[in-house]
Unconditional design. Structure first.
Length: 130
């Protein structure tokens, strides 16, 4: 059972989590090299320190059996998305999922036909489950 993180990830921590979700458990050097290819280029020591802090916060787990410690995301991406979205709905939209959805659908560019079809299918399934 994975423990709930003690706090939400920062933007830099999310960049690292996205690497770990994409490529799986990796040592610091590999995580840092992957970050260099993206927009969030950071130094090795910065990546190391972020991973150490993330370990304390419960965002990553660390395998210390090898000389180079291997880090992995402590929770699946969908679970972190759910936690962060719940916090956003609560703090910004007063707990109203409807207001969140209305804002999201009113953005430019608008949702595609395929996205709207998926949303309709999800709403239909939610209604059947009531």
């Amino acid at each position: 059972m994975t423990r709930r993180p003690s706090s939400k990830p920062t933007e830099a921590e999310l960049a690292i989590l996205n690497v770990l979700w994409l490529v799986g458990p990796k040592p610091v050097r590999d995580v840092n090299e992957t970050l260099q290819t993206g927009n969030a280029a950071t130094g090795y020591t910065t990546t190391l320190k972020l991973l150490q802090v993330m370990h304390v916060k419960g965002l990553v787990i660390r395998d210390e059996t090898e000389r180079a410690h291997v880090y992995a995301a402590a929770m699946p991406k969908a679970q972190v998305e759910q936690l962060m979205l719940g916090d956003l709905v609560s703090r910004l939209f007063g707990g109203s999922s409807q207001r969140l959805v209305m804002q999201a659908l009113g953005q430019t560019p608008p949702a595609s036909r395929g996205e709207l079809d998926e949303i309709r299918a999800m709403l239909n399934q939610m209604e059947r489950d009531l």
